[in-house]
Design a protein. Structure first.
Length: 180
């Protein structure tokens, strides 16, 4: 059996090693905590900024560009901005097409896409549109444009007769209730 001092020294070395390991873990966790706090702060600032912008917006100068008379999803468009200081869920940037609605209600990139499709001699693909709206012909840009095209189809602004081929929408005229 070793001496008492050797045993104490061995335990001290083991304790010192454990302290260093815990300090290293603490430093790592402190770094992770700081990153999480920074992320939380950025999200808080973003939420507050969006709430401020939406609170200041009026239907006349909104990005959606619709007036308070036009119904969007069963409610007045102005209600999307009401109480913006409270919890904001979202704003419909691409409204469903309605008769007598012009492209000016759409964000600029969607108007550019509609213009390219309208000017094309026939159906066009997303990869043909991307360079015409000033984006590099990269996969990510093509896929982003494709999703915008699909959204325009869903909302009645464009048609997609063949998958991936987009054309201006053939407007469906609403039948009066008395006509058969």
């Amino acid at each position: 059996m070793g001496s008492l001092f050797e045993e104490l020294e061995a335990r001290e070395v083991a304790a010192q090693t454990r302290v260093e390991e815990l300090e290293a873990e603490l430093a790592e966790l402190s770094g992770k905590l700081e990153l999480a706090r920074e992320s939380l702060e950025r999200l808080r600032i973003a939420r507050e900024t969006v709430a401020e912008v939406l609170a200041e917006m009026t239907p006349e100068n909104s990005a959606v560009g619709v007036d308070a008379e036009w119904p969007a999803g069963g409610e007045l468009a102005a209600s999307a901005y009401a109480g913006a200081e409270r919890r904001v869920i979202g704003v419909l940037a691409v409204p469903n097409w309605q008769p007598e609605m012009g492209a000016e209600v759409l964000p600029q990139v969607y108007r550019d896409i509609l213009e390219v499709v309208a000017d094309a001699p026939g159906p066009v693909r997303a990869k043909q549109i991307v360079p015409r709206i000033g984006l590099p012909a990269e996969t990510g840009k093509i896929e982003g444009t494709r999703s915008k095209l699909k959204r325009l189809v869903e909302r009645g602004w464009l048609d997609e007769g063949t998958p991936g081929m987009f054309t201006p929408a053939r407007r469906r005229t609403a039948k009066s209730p008395n006509s058969r």
